[in-house]
Design a protein around this ligand. Structure first.
Ligand SMILES: [Zn+2]
Length: 267
């Protein structure tokens, strides 16, 4: 039997976040107001998309980078994002929400992941339970996939799906990792090897679509010591968010992931 949190438990977690996450009371209020406004905008985009109305959509998540509060100048979108990320990282014990590799060893590479991708489920862009922190490998592999037979339901409904509806898709905020996936990680001076086994439908789905690929990529990199050194250096480099170096690293990581996927699966 798979356990999922009750509605009351989720409400308590959300309350906790809203009360504590963003510093002093003025910050809490300003952050809550901002997130409410952004949620309304996300729902508007969803409605228009749902009704197939022509529109030019703005990237609402991207807006977080630009926001600054006129009443409380020390509040910025960057700050909201960083504090949210810090809270989620702590909740995840500083491990990637999908592969459980430590997030501490990656420099800038700790994307906030939208479990239901915002490209398909814009209505959940700012839903607290749709957010988790993952490593760059998992983020690139997951991309805008949903990997569920219920994709149509997830994309078309306004309300966030209940924990019980994720019956073929692993949900990092609703599921207990150990119930769904078993993993072994071996680390020596020169190698890291991670092996995953799905224990449930959700866990098997995650392994088939993501974690097995990740293990194979790891083996491939381990077999190329020089490449491994470069990759480690790049992964640990801390570049300022949205700086040219940050963008260049992302371009490289995307290209590298695509190239290794082609090499491992399509040749
Ligand atoms: Zn990961």
């Amino acid at each position: 039997m798979v356990s999922v949190p009750t509605e009351a438990a989720l409400e308590a977690i959300l309350e906790d976040y809203l009360r504590q996450c963003h510093g002093d009371p003025a910050h809490v209020t300003a952050t809550q107001v901002y997130l409410k406004v952004m949620t309304r905008k996300a729902l508007r985009q969803f409605r228009r998309r749902h009704n197939k109305e022509p529109m030019s959509e703005i990237n609402l998540w991207g807006e977080l980078y630009k926001f600054s509060c006129s009443k409380t100048p020390e509040i910025s979108g960057a700050m909201i994002r960083e504090q949210l990320r810090a809270l989620l990282e702590k909740e995840q014990n500083y491990q990637c929400c999908y592969c459980r590799r430590p997030l501490l060893s990656s420099g800038h590479a700790k994307p906030i992941e939208h479990i239901l991708p915002r490209s398909k489920c814009v209505q959940h862009t700012f839903n607290f339970f749709n957010l988790a922190v993952c490593c760059v490998d998992c983020n690139l592999r997951k991309s805008n996939h949903i990997w569920s037979l219920k994709e149509g339901k997830f994309t078309s409904e306004r309300e966030y799906p209940s924990p019980e509806s994720f019956d073929d898709l692993y949900h990092p905020r609703f599921h207990n990792y150990n119930e769904h996936i078993k993993f072994i990680r071996l680390q020596s001076n020169h190698h890291n090897i991670s092996i995953y086994k799905g224990l449930t439908g959700q866990g098997k789905n995650l392994c088939a679509n993501m974690l097995t690929h990740l293990s194979q990529k790891e083996v491939f990199i381990n077999g190329n010591p020089e490449l491994k050194e470069y990759i480690t250096t790049i992964d640990q480099h801390t570049a300022e968010t949205n700086s040219n170096a940050d963008k260049a690293i992302r371009v490289f990581q995307t290209a590298f992931t695509r190239a290794t996927d082609e090499l491992l699966y399509e040749l």
